[in-house]
Design a protein around this ligand. Structure first.
Ligand SMILES: Cc1ncc(COP(=O)(O)O)c(C=O)c1O
Length: 353
């Protein structure tokens, strides 16, 4: 033991950390990119069936294998290339603590949890700003990444919502031999392409995915990764703990994956409503809305920020308030929820602007 607890508090307390959103009873919750288009009764039904089947007195022995095969089928990859964890957060944490490395490159703004966790593990993070329209400054990114061991690409990106072109991503990977790429695809189910298949064939890409967003299972804590067979075999046996996901969550996840056709319908509905909400917001003066490939929209409200915050609060609508970020003033990230939730959000802004 190197440090006393006081020294740890002093050292780690200085680092950035994730702040959980506040729970507001009865709110229209558009702040955490969950899938409310997936009916609560549907998920509760699957959970009740799972609860009646599992024996919680036993450790989960073969349920992980069942999950791998269902995830593989959904993601169109070989099941030997899939490993799972307690949310993709936990997989990120495990990878950072075991892969090592001195330096990582990310573009910003991006998912701040990744940056915080690198800092916790003593990995220096070089942050390359995205251009004003949230596309990549490829030259600056490559220059930074050449000096790093690890490159993080959030695709689609949280909080901006856009997904870089596949050609750009492949080109970056091909230009950076010997670097390890973590491609965080937490929102890929709402986008147009995934790097999962590429990850199975190469030896330097790990794709991170989750059931927390499109699959409506944020509370079950199930995330997964796709990588080449050799790395996945070692991850499952030597890196991941033997029982990372509870038997109940495993059974629920498998139950929802068995009904993936229903989830896909809600993904289609969310994508359609994302376009409708985007079109309506684009007509409003005084805010700028950005095109998104995810289940949320990034809005720059500028001088209308405070007034919008107040109006949303008065109407019981919670969104992720980001303030001034990446050269944009008064920003927020708004989840695409059910049509009814989205309509309430739209009417609130349309009544104000
Ligand atoms: C980009 C990104 N990656 C990972 C996660 C974590 O997801 P999980 O619930 O699987 O831990 C989130 C959650 O907000 C996210 O936005």
């Amino acid at each position: 033991m190197k440090d006393s607890l006081d020294a740890v508090v002093k050292r780690v307390g200085r680092l950035g950390h994730y702040t959980k959103p506040e729970k507001i009873e009865g709110a229209i919750k558009l702040d955490s990119n969950e899938n409310f288009a997936l009916d609560r009764g549907f998920v509760a039904g699957v959970a009740a069936e799972a609860a009646s089947q599992v024996d919680l007195r036993e450790y989960p022995l073969d349920q992980l294998e069942d999950l791998y095969s269902r995830l593989a089928k959904y993601a169109h990859v070989n099941e030997k290339c899939v490993a799972a964890g307690s949310g993709s957060d936990q997989i990120i944490e495990l990878l950072l603590s075991t892969l090592g490395g001195r330096r990582a490159t990310v573009f910003v703004p991006t998912f701040s949890y990744f940056i915080n966790r690198c800092e916790l593990h003593g990995i220096k993070v070089d942050q390359v700003p995205l251009l004003h329209d949230f596309t990549l400054d490829k030259k600056a990114f490559l220059k930074s990444a050449k000096k790093s061991d690890l490159v993080y690409l959030c695709s689609p990106n949280n909080p901006t919502g856009n997904q870089l072109d596949r050609e750009t991503v492949i080109d970056i990977i091909d230009s950076l031999e010997g670097k390890l790429f973590l491609v965080d695809e937490a929102y890929v189910d709402f986008a147009d392409y995934s790097m999962s298949n590429d990850a199975t064939k190469r030896n330097n890409i790990i794709v991170l995915r989750t059931l927390s967003k499109a699959f409506g299972l944020a509370g079950a804590r199930v995330g997964y990764m796709v990588a080449n067979e050799k790395f996945v075999r070692m991850f499952r046996s030597n890196i991941q703990s033997p029982y990372p996901i509870s038997t109940l969550s495993l059974a629920i996840a498998s139950g929802v994956l068995a009904r993936a056709h229903h989830v896909r319908q809600t993904i289609r509905a969310i994508r359609e409503d994302r376009d409708r909400v985007f079109a309506r917001l684009s007509k409003l003066d005084g805010i700028k809305t950005f095109q998104s490939d995810a289940n949320f929209l990034f809005i720059e409200a500028g001088r209308n920020y405070r007034a919008i915050c107040t109006a949303l609060r008065r109407n019981g609508i919670v969104v992720k308030m980001l303030g001034n970020i990446a050269g944009h003033r008064g920003c927020m990230r708004v989840t695409i929820g059910t049509r009814d939730m989205n309509e309430k959000f739209l009417q609130c802004l349309e009544g104000l602007l």
